[in-house]
Write a protein that binds this ligand. Structure first.
Ligand SMILES: *Cc1c(COP(=O)(O)O)cnc(C)c1O
Length: 464
């Protein structure tokens, strides 16, 4: 395979992709669950001799599509969406062709400078304060880990990471029980430990109680521990829980704590001004993460971390050994100094294509449709025999269950997913098994919501 052969194959791949998307509604959303079915079709050893592309591609067509769960299926209503608007897909194809590593400004000036501008476009789009900076990360988990490390370093007088922890007072991080598991993992990896991640009680809406936060911080100070930071949840993954950012910020500011807002999913909705009251006070946070690859339409992966002032994070993570000296362009931004990995993909191009190809109005219209259709779906499910809404809609997510209990709810979910017209996932909430329903696929139409709800209604009735 060389570039002469690459040309015709690249065109074939594009034709295949187009056909895949045009006929995607005919597929079952979730892959059939038969572990080993794909592995059984792969030779156990690698080939010694080159194989023709024709054979490789034929195997791809035979094995892969039927072994995938189709995330770009417009009736995918599981987890949270992981989008890929056609314009951002094109940008990814160009990035794939250029194949640069954007570790430093000089390894990729356009990559770095488009990234800086895209961060600022998104800052404006989300209504965040002028002067904030940021970077594109691979995942919200990475952004949250960077924030946890910064909290730890800051509270330990910038000695922890580089010299190792030895007998210092434990840094304490505060979060509600609704925060994503990535917060727990960040605390483990940052050497803070699960015991020093303090889960704060929530109110009847599953939002963090600022008074309970204050009490926990005061108790920790009295015990000689070192309060370091607060992880704030805006749109939790389980039921979409939203902490009262402003009231939590009152406490955090008073206590001098670093704050990180995890809005991995819900952040995209903030391009619509009418939803911004959900995160009132965000302008006072130190760090905010949201994933444009989730609900905005950017091709996976693309997670944006905004920083009120990047100094603390760079102080925590930046280093420049001699082989990375940039000779004369030391004032340029080198984003690898702001995060964990050195090598970085050119992720900014897909944002540039996405925002320009649809305009903020086009992106807002989709989010508003998803929210409106989720509201419609919630009302329809509430009227179905034996089904009950358990947590009300937050943006485009609600949960429901069958009144006969967990086993019946689970049977409904599994039968719906085997049917394949839609795909939903579960959560466990207050000891109950619930079905989550969320909408957000970029090409979704109202008819997709109707078809998915028809499937749920029909299957629920058949189960009796
Ligand atoms: C999806 C999600 C995450 C994790 O995102 P990754 O980019 O996969 O690491 C974290 N927090 C919330 C609220 C999420 O919805």
């Amino acid at each position: 395979m060389d570039f002469d052969e690459y040309g015709p194959w690249a065109k074939r791949v594009v034709d295949w992709t187009l056909d895949y998307h045009r006929t995607i509604r005919e597929r079952k959303v979730r892959a059939p669950l038969t572990p080993g079915a794909v592995a059984g079709q792969l030779p156990e050893s690698p080939p010694e001799l080159a194989e023709p592309m024709e054979t490789i591609f034929a195997d791809f067509e035979r094995i892969v599509p039927d072994g995938m769960t189709h995330w770009q299926h417009p009736r995918f209503m599981a987890y949270f969406p992981s989008n890929a608007a056609p314009a951002s897909m094109l940008a990814e194809q160009l990035v794939n062709g250029i194949a640069a590593n954007c570790l430093l400004w000089q390894t990729s000036p356009a990559g770095t400078e488009i990234e800086t501008r895209m961060i600022d476009w998104l800052r404006q789009a989300l209504g965040l304060p002028a002067g904030w900076r940021g970077l594109i990360q691979d995942a919200a988990s990475t952004a949250t880990l960077c924030a946890a490390l910064t909290m730890r370093e800051r509270s330990m007088g910038w000695r922890g990471i580089r010299s190792g922890v030895s007998g210092e007072t434990a840094p304490r991080i505060y979060a509600s029980a609704q925060t994503h598991s990535s917060v727990d993992k960040a605390c483990w990896v940052a050497g803070i430990g699960q015991d020093n991640l303090v889960k704060i009680g929530t109110d009847e809406n599953f939002a963090m109680r600022p008074d309970a936060l204050r009490e926990a911080i005061e108790a920790d100070r009295a015990a000689g521990l070192a309060p370091a930071g607060v992880m704030i949840c805006v749109g939790g993954t389980s039921i979409g829980a939203i902490d009262p950012v402003s009231a939590v910020m009152d406490v955090a500011e008073e206590e001098g704590l670093y704050t990180h807002v995890d809005a991995a999913w819900a952040g995209s909705a903030m391009i619509c001004p009418e939803f911004r009251s959900l995160w009132d006070g965000v302008e006072r946070a130190d760090s905010v993460v949201f994933n444009p690859h989730k609900w905005l339409g950017a091709h996976f992966d693309c997670s944006v971390q905004f920083l009120k002032d990047p100094t603390d994070q760079i102080r925590t993570l930046g280093l420049r050994p001699s082989f990375l000296e940039t000779g004369g362009v030391d004032d340029a931004v080198n984003y690898s100094e702001w995060t964990l990995p050195l090598g970085r993909r050119f992720r900014a191009l897909k944002l540039w294509f996405l925002i320009r190809a649809y305009g903020l109005e086009g992106l807002r219209a989709r989010i508003r449709d998803h929210v409106a259709w989720t509201e419609e779906a919630e009302a329809r499910i509430a009227g179905m025999n034996g089904l009950k809404i358990v947590t009300r809609r937050r943006l485009a997510l609600f949960t429901f269950a069958h009144v006969d209990g967990d086993a019946r709810t689970r049977a409904l979910l599994e039968t719906v997913n085997d049917d394949g017209r839609t795909y939903l996932t579960q959560t466990s909430h207050e000891g109950r098994y619930l079905i989550r329903l969320t909408m957000g696929q970029f090409d979704m139409k109202r008819a997709d919501m109707v078809e998915a709800l028809d499937a749920i209604e029909e299957i629920n009735a058949a189960l009796g």
